[in-house]
Each structure stands twice: as structure tokens, then as C-alpha cells.
Write a protein that binds this ligand. Sequence first.
Ligand SMILES: [Zn+2]
Length: 193
Amino acid sequence: MNSAKIQYKGLFFCSILGVFLSIHQGCAYKKTNAPDLLLDNQQIVTEVNQEAKRYDCDILVITCIDYRFAVANQEFINETLGLRDNYDHISIPGSILNLVNPETSELVFSKFALSVRLHLIKRVVVISHKDCGGYGGSVSFGSELAEHETLCADLRKARSLLLEKYPTLEVDLFLESLIPEGDQAKVYFEKIQ
Ligand SMILES: [Zn+2]
């Protein structure tokens, strides 16, 4: 195991608690000076859809923690897939890498179990991405083709593992890529069969 993978494995174990507290790590870009909204114990109010008041939802979405994809993921999940107010969202460093890794998969599955059991999940959407730090980035694959094939194979393996545990689940797989276009960058989603 190379040092990047060892570091990442360490990050996984240290982060797993933070993940479920929705702490996103590693974002060094555009650090903001957020206003101190909780000054003097001020209460912050956010309106939610009436649908969000139920105690179950149909779908569990699994993504990597990578901040570069966070906004695109939300738009894709809410608007493109039309899942707004109807999904649990679990972010895992390296996403499927830790799901298919025998050393970490049980820990990851133990977190899924609560969602599947408590919220009566019927469908899982797994989104993996290229240039993932969990794999050592795109460079570690040697070629674009090798990266694509490895990530697709891991996605399919993740689906098999999910179906082994929960045979009635519907599992959708997506692979996303961050592509520079001029001064901008766009995130492309590919459905994997
Ligand atoms: Zn990643």
C-alpha cells in the first residue's frame, strides 16, 4: 500500500464521525469570512418543504466528500434526479473505495444500515468521481481509460455488495468528472450500467 493510500485510510477513520456530522474537510479554496450568525445565541431559521416533515424517505445518496463536486452534486441530486426532500445523503472520503475495500466496508455498511432500516430506503444512488484523492488522484491510474475502467468496476462491485445485503434495493450508479472549459469548469455525470 503506498503512502497516499495509508494517509487516506487514516483520513477515512478519522473523518467517519465528522462525515456524519456533515463536516467537509480539505477545502482550501475561497475561504470565506462567514458572519458570526450565532452571536448572542441568535436563532437561525431555515424553511423546509412540508415533505421533509415525514419520518421516512425513499432514497440514499452516497458521494465522496470532495468539495469540488459538492454544489454540482446537490444540483444533480435535487434537480436532475428530482430527489429533493426525499433522500438521505452520506458523504464518505473516497466514496466507493471504502465501500469495496474489505477492511473498511463493514464500517461503511454499518452507517448505511441505519438509513436503510430507519428511513425505509428503497433505492440507492452511488456517485463516484474521477481524480479522487482516495485513489491517489487521476495520475495514479496511468491513463484515462484505466481510471474509467477501474472506477466503473468499483461502482459495479459496490452495487453487488449493496444487493447482497439488501436484495430488494434498486441501485443507480454515476461517475462524475470535472472538466475545465476556458476559465470555468463543468461537472459531467455519466450513468454506469
Ligand atoms: Zn473523492
